[in-house]
Design a protein around this ligand. Structure first.
Ligand code: TXA
Ligand code: MG
Length: 304
């Protein structure tokens, strides 16, 4: 394992590792990703082994440039094109029909592929230098909290990677929004970095909610979970370890009332409370408005 701070040397090392069929942990604007060459089933298999991830949970393919989409997606509906013009590069993943180039290992046997063009400049340069589409799930063990800083990485998972590239804290802090364009109307499979409002504004139409059409692969009721038991509450107990809006206890983490800032801090706060040895974490429920959709999704899943 070689650990690099953000640098040309680090970017080249990560790209070379991916090109050579090894794993690299790289920054993105959402969360750190465990990256491998997407077109090589053996390289992709290493991701599943390292994470302890079930084979039926498909991976997201990352491209350096929106123009590379045709390599992996067989057809791109109009709506998808409009979202791409508006939000790529960025925290938006589109599910499209795959080309034969994409191995079924990546898509968990599906004829569809999830694709994203990340905005984080280091991520883009790594993918560009690797010269191939890159499969990358969040760089955490299955079910656990996604890392938004290198300090969050599980040491055993790190050991499975040839290179770890540290680019500081992730700017968005929550995973990308996933929109499925293989159903009509298109559906949000996972709320994330781009809000429902932002998407619907560009599409000029309403999006479906996942549960209305079918169960999305790789979406579990419990996910993004710290080791401590998570309980959602209206107002946290003063003596509890908790994420709150107004601190009223010594083990309280005061979170922002701005949903974007809250999203940026959420995983770091959960990981810190876990490290403090708390066996229960209380989380005060954020407002039931659309801006809070992604944060609410993650804390509901953390609670199982
Ligand atoms: O922000 C992100 O998207 C991060 C960074 C690293 O890019 N990646 C990420 O990947 O969150 P991961 O593996 O944690 O989440 C991938 C999820 C799957 O669990 C599944 O829900 C969905 O993407 N997915 C992938 N391929 C799919 C497909 N063909 N059809 C439907 N959903 C798919
Ligand atoms: Mg994940």
């Amino acid at each position: 394992l070689r650990l690099y701070k953000e640098s040309d040397e680090g970017i080249e090392a990560a790209a070379a590792a991916i090109k050579g069929g090894e794993l690299a942990i790289i920054p993105t604007e959402t969360v750190y990703g465990l990256a491998a060459k997407a077109l090589d089933p053996d390289a992709v298999a290493k991701i599943f082994t390292a994470k302890g991830r079930p084979a039926e949970n498909p991976l997201i393919v990352h491209i350096a440039d929106p123009g590379d989409l045709e390599q992996v997606a067989a057809s791109v509906p109009d709506g998808a094109r409009r979202l791409i013009s508006a939000y790529w590069p960025g925290p938006l993943t589109l599910v499209l029909t795959k080309t034969p180039l994409v191995p079924f290992r990546v898509t968990a046997g599906l004829d569809t592929v999830a694709v994203r063009c990340p905005a984080q400049p280091v991520a883009r340069r790594v993918i560009e230098l690797a010269g191939v589409p890159v499969a990358a799930p969040s760089a955490n063990r299955f079910m656990e909290v996604s890392p938004t800083r290198v300090e969050h990485l599980d040491p055993e998972l790190m050991e499975q990677a040839a290179v770890v590239l540290d680019s500081g804290p992730c700017e968005v802090g929550l995973e990308s929004t996933i929109v499925d364009f293989t159903v009509n109307p298109p559906a949000i499979l996972r709320p994330g970095g781009i809000s429902r409002d932002q998407l619907e504004r560009v599409l000029g139409a309403k999006l479906q909610i996942t549960s209305e059409h079918r169960k999305a692969p790789g979406q579990y009721a419990r996910h993004y979970s710290p080791k401590a038991k998570v309980r959602l509450v209206q107002s946290a107990d003063p003596d509890a370890a908790a994420l709150v809006f107004n601190k009223h206890g010594s083990r309280h983490f005061e979170m922002s009332s701005d949903p974007e800032q809250y999203g940026r801090d959420l995983y770091d706060a959960l990981i810190q409370l876990d490290k403090s040895g708390a066996d229960e974490i209380q989380i005060e429920i954020p407002p039931r408005t659309v801006e809070w959709e992604a944060v609410r999704d993650r804390i509901e899943k953390a609670a199982g």
